[in-house]
Design a protein around this ligand. Structure first.
Ligand SMILES: *[C@@H]1O[C@H](CO)[C@@H](O)[C@H](O)[C@H]1NC(C)=O
Ligand SMILES: *[C@@H]1O[C@H](CO)[C@@H](O)[C@H](O)[C@H]1NC(C)=O
Ligand SMILES: *[C@@H]1O[C@H](CO)[C@@H](O)[C@H](O)[C@H]1NC(C)=O
Ligand SMILES: *[C@@H]1O[C@H](CO)[C@@H](O)[C@H](O)[C@H]1NC(C)=O
Ligand SMILES: *[C@@H]1O[C@H](CO)[C@@H](O)[C@H](O)[C@H]1NC(C)=O
Ligand SMILES: *[C@@H]1O[C@H](CO)[C@@H](O)[C@H](O)[C@H]1NC(C)=O
Ligand SMILES: *[C@@H]1O[C@H](CO)[C@@H](O)[C@H](O)[C@H]1NC(C)=O
Length: 708
């Protein structure tokens, strides 16, 4: 079966449409259940045409002409397997036969992968593939170099580039690496660490060169390419690569067994229409060995590609194209409107109060602008009795406002204190991003209001308030009944899911910057809804907006140690905050720290208990033993792993989600808390983010209060 191309969460209407379509294909394909060996067929789903082929196994006859596959360099078929580099010894000895080899195997016919749209812009085809690899370490002490799934403007032209052995994976060589003229994109499975690589066991997206634009270590996913001990791990993996032409994103998934996991090992933007040299491209594989070597094998290969009309045969049916346009054009229009709105906000920022209000509200999907008088009335003139709480950036009130069709609805109104003009401009620009974030574990923004220097945001009202109230109670509040174990686990999983969405699943990386229980809201069914995401960036230009946080106990415990040095919020610092929250959820008490010296008592105690082999003693005594021990241990180990002092050692949100969904084992945690190392070593992908993100700090007041 061909898997649907979308990940677990589709957020934009366009990608949803594409996701539904690809899902339809997968359903239809299973119904048709083509059993022929190495078969090709076309299908039509919702007016789009797709070509599907499948090689359940490979036959030597594929190497004879005329053939479906083009073999180049040292590739061949033996033992029903594509050997992208050779796998058997010869009289000349392994070192001559297996060392410094390169090979590629491409489909002989190209596919048209994009088309110009009448209105301008490009419609890009989607595809979905699955193949089974075996990277076998022929030499117990060495492995090298890697295998890549490739989409290229050329099919190798008879031989891979000269000098493309070793780290070049048969794709480029020292003089051509990185040239736009190469016209390819590849998903590499790399087993040797080059100076520019993050490790010797990673997946990466290569665009015109082997220095990956995005890469992810596979070890945290429990994946070991070319394993040493083949009695434990035979080195076979299923690899899924899904490309969504509408959202221009590529996602790769890996698993030992037949079913695709929910979490991608690689998720990266990729616009094939700008990478490829023309509209046509070849699909295939490329691999190399270096001084060190392994077998680079592909055992089966299925693929479904959306068919676009070939411009050279323009008389063909236009139905697929029309449907493409039907989906693509509204998206393009929506995007254009969004961009215009963004520009408008930036340019007219100073006039925000009056003018943009009207224009913004005309844009579908934009949060609605509320009339200040309505919010004033709805909150009883911001009556203290209507106060729900005091968050990081201001006070939150309950309010009743007019909703759809004039019915009244209950909302939460957050009044921001001390935002200056700069803050407002940035804020509205940010609002357009925040507004596009859609996830079941994020608090939904309903609208906004700006009047006389006061900013107000209107959110869905969360009937069960914030998590801290349930975990710790609040001074003056009647203590709430404590959360059950199931509720706690669900909350942790919900927050992880939201974090994964912000960090990896959304088109931009969104850093939350302020993970803590008071920012985690609970809906009627006690599902976690993360609030205040992205706001720090809009508001932290103004220090005074933090002043109300300085006195709050507990806040310091969520700030990653490196932040005190870098002053920058990163995905890793969010994960640190998440770790603190998880420990608090399990232990039911604050990661208390009124002053830096006493900062991480909970963390330290939990780590000590873990070292002593009795980590479960940290579980909230109020649960009176009513909890699942395996789950509690899983959460505690996860909380500790996320609290690792060194950012590079913390799990990524994707891995966290896998651990919480039980699709990955609990993390390994050292028995004692490791020392914080400075300077922090950053991995490549994150470095980019550090610089491209705003200069926003982890938290201005935290840094300054520490330095005081
Ligand atoms: C590959 O395609 C064939 C034929 O459609 C199907 O029987 C098989 O299950 C597919 N394999 C995978 C792993 O999807
Ligand atoms: C290979 O070519 C043969 C003959 O052209 C065709 O029947 C078969 O479907 C092709 N298989 C694939 C996987 O393209
Ligand atoms: C690998 O390919 C190169 C160039 O095509 C050739 O010179 C070399 O002999 C091949 N190696 C083997 C083992 O066939
Ligand atoms: C393999 O290539 C490396 C340089 O890339 C070279 O140093 C080495 O001598 C080559 N080994 C053989 C056996 O050709
Ligand atoms: C592995 O490769 C290294 C270097 O090429 C060689 O010295 C060693 O003998 C090889 N080991 C085996 C078991 O083939
Ligand atoms: C790289 O490949 C190109 C052809 O693709 C060739 O002209 C060039 O000499 C090669 N460079 C090296 C360093 O091998
Ligand atoms: C995957 O398959 C292996 C046997 O091939 C089995 O031992 C293992 O339990 C399976 N793993 C999962 C997660 O199903």
């Amino acid at each position: 079966m061909v898997p649907p191309s979308m990940g677990p969460s589709c957020h934009l209407p366009c990608s949803t449409a594409a996701g539904v379509l690809l899902w339809c294909i997968s359903v239809c394909l299973t119904l048709h259940a083509v059993r022929a060996q190495s078969a090709t067929f076309t299908s039509t789903v919702g007016g789009k045409e797709f070509t599907t082929f499948s090689f359940p196994t490979f036959d030597r006859s594929l190497m004879q002409l005329p053939t479906n596959l083009t073999f180049a360099g040292n590739s061949s078929v033996t033992q029903n397997t594509l050997q992208i580099t050779p796998d058997s010894n010869s009289a000349s000895g392994p070192d001559n036969f297996l060392v410094n080899q390169t090979g590629s195997v491409f489909l002989s016919s190209p596919f048209v992968l994009w088309a110009s749209e009448p209105a301008g812009g490009r419609y890009v085809a989607s595809f979905s593939t699955v193949f089974r690899i075996n990277l076998y370490r022929a030499n117990a002490t060495n492995k090298g170099e890697g295998l890549a799934f490739v989409v290229a403007s050329s099919n190798g032209g008879g031989s891979p580039p000269p000098g493309s052995h070793g780290g070049y994976l048969g794709l480029t060589n020292a003089s051509t690496d990185g040239n736009a003229a190469n016209g390819f994109a590849a998903v590499e499975l790399d087993t040797v660490k080059q100076p520019y690589d993050l490790d010797d066991n990673h997946v990466g997206l290569d665009v015109n060169g082997v220095r990956s634009t995005h890469a992810a270590a596979l070890t945290p996913f429990g994946i070991q390419l070319a394993p040493i001990d083949t009695t434990v791990n035979d080195g076979f993996y299923m690899v899924w690569v899904d490309y969504n032409g509408a959202t221009r994103r590529v996602r790769a998934y890996m698993a030992k067994n037949g079913s695709r996991p929910g979490v991608a090992v690689l998720d990266a933007p990729l616009d094939l229409s700008t990478v490829l040299l023309g509209k046509r491209a070849y699909f295939g594989f490329s691999a190399s060995t270096g001084v060190k070597y392994q077998f680079n094998c592909v055992r089966m290969w299925n693929m479904t590609v959306e068919r676009l009309p070939d411009s050279s045969t323009a008389s063909r049916s236009m139905s697929g194209w029309k449907l493409g346009a039907a989906v693509g054009v509204p998206c393009a229009v929506a995007l254009a409107i969004g961009l215009l709105a963004g520009l408008y906000i930036r340019r007219k920022g100073k006039m925000v109060a009056g003018v943009t209000a009207v224009d913004l509200s005309a844009i579908p999907g934009m949060p609605r602008e509320f009339d200040f008088r309505e919010l004033k009335r709805g909150t009883n003139n911001f009556d203290k009795k209507m106060k729900l709480g005091q968050g990081g950036y201001g006070v939150v009130y309950r309010a009743t406002v007019a909703g759809e069709g004039g019915r009244s609805m209950e909302v939460a109104v957050k009044q921001f204190s001390g935002a200056n003009t700069k803050g407002q401009e940035d804020f509205l620009a940010e609002l357009s991003i925040i507004n596009r974030l859609r996830h079941r574990n994020l608090v939904k923004l309903i609208g906004w209001c700006h009047q006389n220097g006061v900013l107000l945001l209107v959110y869905d009202l969360m009937p069960n308030g914030s998590l801290d109230r349930h975990l710790f109670g609040r001074a003056g509040d009647a203590p709430s009944p404590t959360l059950s174990w199931e509720q706690r686990y669900k909350v942790a999983a919900g927050v992880a899911s939201a974090l994964n969405y912000l960090h990896h699943d959304y088109d931009h990386v969104v850093i939350h910057r302020d993970m803590k229980p008071s920012n985690i809201m609970l809906d009627a069914a006690f599902n976690a809804r993360l609030g205040d995401f992205g706001l720090a960036r809009a508001l932290d230009a103004d220090k005074t907006s933090y002043t109300d946080r300085a006195g709050l106990p507990g806040t310091l415990g969520y700030i990653a140690p490196e932040c005190f040095h870098t002053g920058r919020a990163t995905r890793e610092s969010d994960v640190f905050g998440f770790g603190a929250v998880v420990l608090e959820i399990v232990c039911g008490r604050r990661n208390s720290c009124c002053h830096p010296a006493g900062c991480s008592q909970l963390l330290e105690e939990a780590w000590e208990l873990h070292g002593a082999g009795s980590v479960l003693e940290a579980v909230d005594p109020r649960l009176a033993g009513a909890f699942d021990e395996a789950e509690a241990e899983r959460l505690l180990l996860l909380g500790l792993a996320c609290s690792h002092p060194n950012p590079g050692e913390r799990p990524k949100a994707q891995a966290i989600l896998q651990i919480l969904t039980h699709s990955a084992p609990p993390p390994d945690v050292p028995p004692s808390r490791p020392a914080f190392m400075w300077p922090v070593v950053l991995v490549k992908g994150d470095e980019e983010m550090y610089t491209s993100g705003s200069s926003a700090t982890c938290s201005t007041v935290m840094t300054s209060s520490l330095l005081r």
